[in-house]
Design a protein around this ligand. Structure first.
Ligand code: FMN
Length: 158
């Protein structure tokens, strides 16, 4: 395999950006992630790739639930806020208002929408864990165009 070509084509896969949040008892974690897709229609399932060595992975493993918060095209600051570890301070998660979802995961009220998931399966290969999860609740607040990875000029993977 030509390594330069492999990197280039892998980086040409289209991705969105999402803030994944979770909570297990007093432990909260969250991160902006891009490796996420629906992977079944009936029932609606999603798959998400989470860094093995991350707080997000450790807390999802305990909670077995997580929320996916959508990010609008004009919410780059929100995406950037969650490239850093998630900290809950005075009821704000990395400075953003949140409420507790049905699964216990924090939901970012500024997001255009969110869905909550319960983990069904996980596959540990390479440096990420792939969770397959069922969508157990969802709220659509606005129909804003989504932020894409390409919009940010960043890359992940390759
Ligand atoms: C452009 C970009 C895309 C990212 N995509 C993912 C991803 O798909 N999965 C993931 O686990 N982390 C991803 N990260 C890293 C997370 O934002 C975050 O650093 C990670 O959740 C580790 O933080 P934690 O240890 O506090 O949980 C991405 C980072 C950047 C800059």
């Amino acid at each position: 395999v030509n390594l330069a070509h492999r990197k280039k084509v892998l980086r040409q896969i289209s991705y969105g950006l999402y803030v994944v949040t979770t909570r297990a008892d007093d432990l909260v974690a969250g991160g902006t992630i891009t490796w996420l897709s629906q992977c079944s229609m009936k029932p609606p399932l999603v798959m998400v790739g989470v860094q093995q060595d991350s707080a997000l992975r450790r807390v999802i493993d305990r909670a077995r639930v997580f929320a996916v918060n959508l990010i609008a095209a004009d919410q780059r600051a929100l995406a950037h806020a969650f490239f850093k570890p998630a900290v809950l301070h005075h009821g704000l998660l990395n400075g953003y208002a949140c409420v507790t979802g049905k699964t216990g995961a924090p939901l970012l009220t500024d997001a255009p929408g969110w869905f909550e998931c319960r983990v069904l399966d996980e596959l540990t290969r390479g440096d990420h864990v792939v969770y397959v999860a069922e969508v157990v609740d969802a709220v659509a607040q606005r129909d804003d165009p989504p932020l894409t990875l390409r919009d940010t000029g960043l890359s992940y993977g390759g």
